[in-house]
Design a protein around this ligand. Structure first.
Ligand code: TMP
Length: 235
């Protein structure tokens, strides 16, 4: 599998075409941004960690019946994936109060919910990814009802699998963001699952092991990513 022309460069990944129109190669960067690109930096080693962690988790999710775009890990930073049409929705599941939820609700962070929440943002950088509900998504033709139903079901299933898995690593899954794509009439999980897109807290120390260390200038960002990666025990 070989990279052809660059199709798209995002904040954390580059996406290349291949000779197969159904296959793309994603290349994970060490670049990090926050607050819709306002804050910029580098998290050394992040690209390889996020690539390998995403693939490891996507394999686990596939075993549980969640279809993903993963085809094959090519090297530390690059992976061949199915070419999907990304649904312009950020799907966020929360188990504990944190981040924008805590701010909006005037709550401290780390309060465990009675049951998980699910919310959508409209993926649109110009608008700053505004919070929307399923009626907005339908009204704006961002997705069909069937797609929203599938995304909702998969998102809670991903949460169940990840919560249990991270529990075994002595990590609380506070919240996470996932994205889905259309592939031959099906909705499948795409993008990544990594410390960039999850809040992960050590169960004992409540230490943040995720991108909030970068967002909030807490220091020790590289160490936190490496700590999560080492707990995964990937060979
Ligand atoms: P939030 O509390 O800022 O809304 O973030 C919820 C989750 O989504 C958190 O795990 C971080 C993740 N996230 C992204 O992956 N990308 C983003 O652009 C934002 C704002 C959050």
């Amino acid at each position: 599998m070989e990279k052809k022309e660059l199709l798209y460069e995002g904040k954390a990944k580059k996406v290349y075409k291949t000779e197969d129109p159904d296959v793309l190669i994603v290349s994970y960067k060490d670049d990090a941004t926050a607050f819709n690109g306002l804050k910029k930096g580098t998290i050394s080693g992040k690209g390889a960690i996020n690539n390998r962690m995403t693939n490891f988790i996507f394999r686990k999710l596939e075993e549980k019946g969640i279809p993903t775009h993963l085809i094959q890990e090519l090297n530390d930073r690059e992976t061949a994936v199915k070419k999907v049409e990304i649904l312009p929705l950020e799907v966020i599941v929360r188990n504990y109060s944190a981040g924008s939820f805590a701010k909006k609700m005037g709550m401290e962070e780390g309060i465990k919910f009675s049951r998980p929440t699910l919310e959508f943002s409209y993926k649109n950088d110009d608008l700053g990814d505004p919070f929307i509900n399923s009626y907005y998504a339908l009204a704006l033709d961002l997705a069909t009802q069937e797609e929203i139903d599938a995304v909702t079901e998969y998102a809670f299933l991903v949460n169940d699998v990840l919560k249990e898995y991270f529990d075994g690593l002595n990590i609380d899954l506070i919240d996470f963001k996932i994205e889905f794509g259309r592939y031959h009439g099906q909705v499948i999980l795409a993008d990544e699952i990594s410390p960039d897109t999850c809040r992960l807290w050590d169960k004992d120390t409540r230490q943040k092991l995720d991108k909030d260390r970068f967002r909030r200038d807490l220091g020790g960002t590289e160490d936190a990513y490496e700590e999560v990666f080492s707990r995964l025990g990937i060979q």
